[in-house]
Design a protein around this ligand. Structure first.
Ligand code: NAP
Length: 253
């Protein structure tokens, strides 16, 4: 039986390449895109390139309504998911408080929202891969927040409350910018969810693509989109849970 993957933000960049590789490997791939037309176009492009089975799912990771609707449609279609790749992300969103809110909403609350909504559809033994960044290293934060995020007793509710406070404070007080905070918090969330979902055999890992030539990474980035996607895809084969990886090797939080 074919396995099914859902990749968020798969209409371009690293997400699109992850979708392409999985479809080429025989997976059924749900191409998440916040814009329906862009998702359909990407699915059509990738079907042509791979001869594989792909279809678009309209999914704006910042919208409860969008995520709930998408999950409902998948449930009605009796879809079960073997691999969720939380790839959608923004960097350098508009500056100021709006930019902070959008960055945290997309990069931290987005993966959390999508994961919780899709949990009933995930098979036991499924994988969740959160796409992170080296800019989320704890070393980029002040000592208090390094301790907070590294605390093994950190709960999901406490982490969520801290991120709401960060947004309400306009993105100040952690020692790092909103993008770095979003990914550092995503790494901590990965660890917390890994513990929560262990009873179902669901493995949750964060994978960093490195600095990649996409719209986000820019033309001067040293890595190809293929190399970035390969680094991300390790999350699907990782046998451990709760870790952070680049190119298949564990990296420090
Ligand atoms: P990209 O080329 O800018 O593509 C970003 C993707 O995310 C697009 O498909 C975009 O959709 C989607 N997206 C943004 N906001 C969304 C939302 N609210 N709901 C659904 N989809 C949304 O970026 P990329 O370089 O491929 O980055 C992919 C992931 O890798 C991100 O999580 C990023 O933080 C991470 N990363 C990238 C680099 C790098 O060097 N490129 C390095 C480290 C980590 P639209 O087309 O609709 O905007």
């Amino acid at each position: 039986m074919a396995r099914t993957a859902l990749v968020t933000g798969a209409n371009r960049g690293i997400g699109q390449e992850v979708a392409r590789v999985l479809a080429g490997d025989g997976w059924d791939v749900l191409v998440g895109a916040r814009d329906r037309a862009r998702g359909d176009a990407a699915a059509a492009r990738l079907r042509k390139a791979t001869g594989g089975r792909l279809r678009a799912v309209e999914l704006d990771v910042t919208s409860d309504a969008s995520v709930t609707t998408a999950a409902g449609k998948l449930r009605d279609g009796a879809i079960r998911i073997d691999a969720l790749v939380n790839n959608a992300g923004v960097h350098g969103a508009a500056r100021g408080a709006d930019g902070v809110a959008r960055t945290i909403e997309t990069n931290f609350f987005g993966p959390l929202r999508v994961t919780l909504a899709l949990l009933p559809l995930l098979r036991d033994g499924a994988t969740i891969t959160n796409v992170t960044s080296g800019l989320g290293a704890l070393g980029n934060l002040d000592a208090a927040h390094r301790r907070l995020l590294a605390d093994p007793a950190l709960t999901r509710d406490a982490l969520v409350a801290e991120l709401h406070d960060f947004v309400q404070g306009g993105g100040t007080g952690w020692g790092g910018d909103a993008y770095g905070v979003s990914k550092a918090a995503l790494n901590a969330l990965t660890r917390v969810l890994a513990a929560e979902l262990a009873p179902r055999g669901i493995r949750v890992n964060a994978t960093c693509p490195g600095w990649v030539r996409t719209d986000m990474g820019g033309r001067g980035a040293p890595r190809s989109v293929e190399a970035g996607a390969a680094s991300v895809l390790f999350g699907i084969t990782a046998t451990t849970s709760g870790g952070i990886f680049r190119d298949g090797a564990a990296i420090a939080p």
